[in-house]
Design a protein around this ligand. Structure first.
Ligand SMILES: Cc1ncc(C[n+]2csc(CCOP(=O)(O)OP(=O)(O)O)c2C)c(N)n1
Length: 325
């Protein structure tokens, strides 16, 4: 079925927002304005947007240490995100969490997570809760190729398959775990074959094609809502920048400049823009206008973050423990 123009343009806008948000973070980080760690998602935008475009607002996602893309695609607020990255009081976690701790319960974002594979049991639990409550909500778990070697991956998939939980496991295979290439950490090439061990559908898709990812996500969401159980989608993609901004590896150490250049040619954002123009869904000028509107939004969020206050030292231990009394 053809996808409505409005949805296509929303997808484009979301991809551009992720790209621009992160480009700005790279710059702000280099200027020393973003404390802590920032793991950028640049190059992987089609995965987050393709998956989240198949979800409802009340569906759940869990995210990773490389989480800006996932949470923007699910609809998180840019001002609060930017302020959190600046360590300001007006941020999602009052400035005490930073890049890896964006959560927004109102729109089903159950949290980015600094623990590799940490989101897998959380998404599985959310799926179980939805099944119990008979809400037909879907729970999506984003995780990396390296994290799929953790015990949490196998325990979660086993549990979800056994109890037919409405979960979509989305493995973003960006070919590296920190500096360790895929072939040095995992004996199989396509991680989607692991689905077979848990009797669920497994599919490998081109993670740089937002439409291919979207189609796979729609199928998996339909299956989940029909109580038919979980699915595993592996998206092959690439991260353009180093593991984090303190490791701006651009080809000197564990991967070559040529490899990075090859993947940059497969830019998911540019590719989608070309598709929209070719299919006459938008003109070049319309897309440029959209890009400018996104830039204005990002500028606004930087201004919001800059002009916000840092939390007070006396508040250091506030909001850390739940008050059970
Ligand atoms: C349980 C745990 N083990 C190890 C680490 C250290 N660590 C941080 S990121 C990372 C690699 C993650 O690679 P992958 O899951 O492929 O995600 P990517 O960074 O490629 O997006 C590791 C091992 C961690 N954060 N948590």
């Amino acid at each position: 079925m053809p996808i409505e123009r409005e949805i296509l343009l929303q997808m484009y806008q979301s991809m551009v927002t992720i790209r621009q948000f992160e480009e700005r973070i790279a710059d702000l980080y280099a200027r020393g304005l973003v404390p802590g760690l920032a793991h950028l998602y640049t190059g992987q935008e089609a995965v987050a947007v393709g998956i989240c475009s198949a979800l409802r607002d009340d569906d759940y996602i869990t995210s990773t240490h490389r989480g800006h893309g996932h949470v923007i695609a699910k609809g998180s607020k840019l001002n609060e995100m930017m302020a959190e990255l600046f360590g300001k009081k007006s941020g999602y976690c009052k400035g005490k969490g930073g890049s890896m701790h964006i959560a927004d319960m109102d729109i089903g974002i159950l949290g980015a997570n600094g623990i590799a594979g940490g989101g897998l049991p959380i998404a599985t639990g959310a799926g179980w809760s939805a099944k119990w409550r008979k809400t037909d909500q879907v729970s999506v778990c984003f995780f990396g190729d390296n994290s799929s070697n953790n015990g949490t991956f196998h325990e979660s998939l086993n549990l979800a398959a056994q109890f037919k939980l409405p979960v979509i496991y989305v493995c973003e295979n960006n070919l590296y775990g920190i500096s360790n290439p895929h072939e040095n950490q995992t004996p199989i090439r396509d991680l989607s074959v692991r689905a077979m061990a848990y009797d669920m559908p497994g599919q490998t898709v081109d993670g740089n094609s937002v439409l291919e990812v979207f189609e796979a996500a729609q199928k998996a969401a339909k299956r989940a809502r029909a109580q038919e159980g979980p699915s595993l989608i592996e998206c092959k993609t690439y991260r353009w920048r180093g593991h984090h901004e303190g490791d701006p590896n651009q080809g000197e150490r564990y991967r070559s400049r040529e490899e990075i250049a090859q993947w940059r040619k497969k830019d998911p954002v540019e590719r989608f823009a070309k598709y929209l123009i070719k299919e006459k869904e938008a003109t070049k000028a319309e897309l440029a206008e959209l890009d400018d509107a996104v830039t204005a939004r990002i500028n606004e969020s930087v201004e919001f973050a800059r002009s916000s206050e840092f939390p007070l030292l006396e508040e250091l231990y506030h909001d850390i423990y739940v008050n059970e009394g």
